[in-house]
Each structure stands twice: as structure tokens, then as C-alpha cells.
Design a protein around this ligand. Structure first.
Ligand code: SF4
Length: 270
């Protein structure tokens, strides 16, 4: 499926006459027959009530937030941790910046073009209405993915059977966890979430945002080896960046990368 081109091109194609060039043919005619799609919802002007769904953002189309899936990403505002490298500080405080009914209506228009909806954050499990939001998008036929730092194991257990894929952040080894998160005893819930994912047999990826000043390569390799020993099959190292669009501050050595490629069924350095 190539919803990337479909979702972006359909409105223009539908209104600008017959398709031509490489796009012509049955697929192009199907695109041309589609109605124009509404623009993604905008942030609300008036603040929503405190009990409203804490939706903080939307990426209408992503190929990277769930490897192999074309997904919309719904960002939940609210996170009790304070990682010093957090790029989403505006999503740390609970706030409803988008109307979930508008977002649901928008997602209805993307049915058949996207495979999945990923809930990210902030920490999506901080939203008490997440189970209902998951039901909403499941009813539309979407697969459901979750990005989590593993802060709420009981909440994860409640929704586990409704998830198709999870991206679990591993912040550091035991020695470095609290230094990253700014919270005491923060490794414990994350390890509980990892244990649940391993025993539930869910498709999931562990990933770490890595900088050698926080965790040198020797410790990173020890952590990765332990994850592999416990049964983690997919692992990703995300090089720490000054901003989301800049290159990694420091590169992983070729030797470390080669070792992790051996240990995991899938390893990604990004
Ligand atoms: S867990 Fe994620 S959202 Fe929360 S502070 Fe850390 S990096 Fe930011």
C-alpha cells in the first residue's frame, strides 16, 4: 500500500481533471474519483475543559513512527518524567489542545489510506481515556501502536490486548536511569512494562536515545546484550541530537553496531 502518495495527492488529483503521465491507469482513476479530504484539525482557540482528552498534536502521516506501517500519530500531552534531553517539553504538561471529536472525524477520512494510528507523547498512558481512544480508532479499522516510556505498567496491562505494536523507551542501564528521567526509581516501572511485553508475546521494539556522555559504549553494549538475553528481538539506538532535524551529536562505533546487529533479529541505528 502506498498511502503516502495517495493521501497527499488525492485532493489535488480529484479536482484537477484526468490523471496523466505515470499515474494514469486504474489506480489513478480511483484516486481521481475520491472526494477531497479535509485538512488536518487545528488546535482549539478556546481552552478545552480540564477533563477533555489531552490531545496535544497530530502528525497526519508518518512512515517512521511504526516501522513498516503508514500511520497517523496522535500526541498526548502529559508526562510525569523530566528527561533532560526531551524534545517534546511542550507535551510534558497535561493540556487539551485539540478536540478529539475533530481528530476522530479526520481519521475517518483517512480510512483505507493509512494502516494504523500510533499514540505517542508526552506519555500516552498518562491519559485516563486512552482505552476509549484506542477503541475509537479500532472501530475505524486501524491497527494501534503505542510509544511509551514505560511509566505506567498497570495501565499498559489494561490495554495490552488492544495493541498491535509497542515502542518502549529504555532510558539507560540501572545506574543511569534516574539521571536521565529526573525521577527516583524510574527504572522499576519501565522494567515491569518490558516484562509484560515479553510475556504477552506482543510485537514490540525497545529503543534508547543514546549519547556516550550519558552511557558509554561499554555500558550500552552490556545493556543491549542483557535485553537480547531476555528475549527482546527488535532494538534501536537513536543517536542524541541537538534538535530533531540535526544529525546525531556522536556516532556509534562500527564495532558496537556490528555486535548489536548480531544479537537482535532486527537492529536499527538512526
Ligand atoms: S518520558 Fe518522553 S515525554 Fe516524558 S520527559 Fe522523557 S522524553 Fe519527554
Amino acid at each position: 500500500m502506498n498511502a503516502a502518495s495517495s493521501s497527499n495527492a488525492a485532493p489535488e488529483g480529484a479536482q484537477s481533471g484526468p490523471a496523466c503521465g505515470p499515474g494514469a491507469g486504474p489506480a489513478a482513476r480511483r484516486l481521481a474519483a475520491r472526494p477531497a479530504y479535509p485538512a488536518p484539525p487545528q488546535p482549539v482557540v478556546q481552552p478545552l475543559p480540564r477533563h477533555a482528552h489531552a490531545v496535544g498534536g497530530l502528525v497526519p502521516f508518518s512512515t517512521v513512527d511504526w516501522p513498516g506501517q503508514l500511520a497517523a500519530v496522535v500526541f498526548i500531552s502529559g508526562c510525569p518524567w523530566r528527561c533532560h534531553y526531551c524534545h517534546n517539553t511542550e507535551l510534558q504538561t497535561r493540556a487539551a489542545r485539540y478536540d478529539w471529536r475533530e481528530m476522530r472525524a479526520f481519521l475517518e477520512t483517512r480510512k483505507g489510506l493509512l494502516d494504523a494510528v500510533v499514540f505517542s507523547g508526552g506519555e500516552p498512558l498518562s491519559e485516563p481515556r486512552l482505552p476509549q481512544m484506542i477503541r475509537d480508532v479500532r472501530r475505524m479499522g486501524y491497527r494501534v501502536g503505542l510509544h511509551t516510556a514505560g511509566i505506567y505498567p498497570l495501565r499498559l496491562a489494561d490495554i495490552m490486548r488492544h495493541l498491535d505494536w509497542v515502542g518502549l523507551d529504555i532510558k539507560a542501564d540501572s545506574q543511569g536511569y534516574d539521571d536521565i528521567t529526573g525521577r527516583r526509581d524510574s527504572e522499576r516501572p519501565a522494567q515491569a512494562c518490558l516484562a509484560q511485553l515479553l510475556s504477552a508475546g506482543r510485537d514490540f521494539e525497545c529503543r534508547i536515545t543514546w549519547h556516550p556522555d550519558w552511557l558509554d559504549e561499554t555500558r550500552l553494549l552490556a545493556l543491549a546484550r542483557e535485553l537480547a538475553r531476555r528475549g527482546v528481538r527488535r532494538f534501536a539506538v537513536q543517536g542524541a541530537r541537538r534538535s530533531p532535524d540535526s544529525p546525531p551529536v556522536r556516532n556509534l562505533s562500527a564495532q558496537a553496531e556490528a555486535l548489536m546487529r548480531q544479537w537482535f533479529q532486527e537492529f536499527d541505528y538512526r
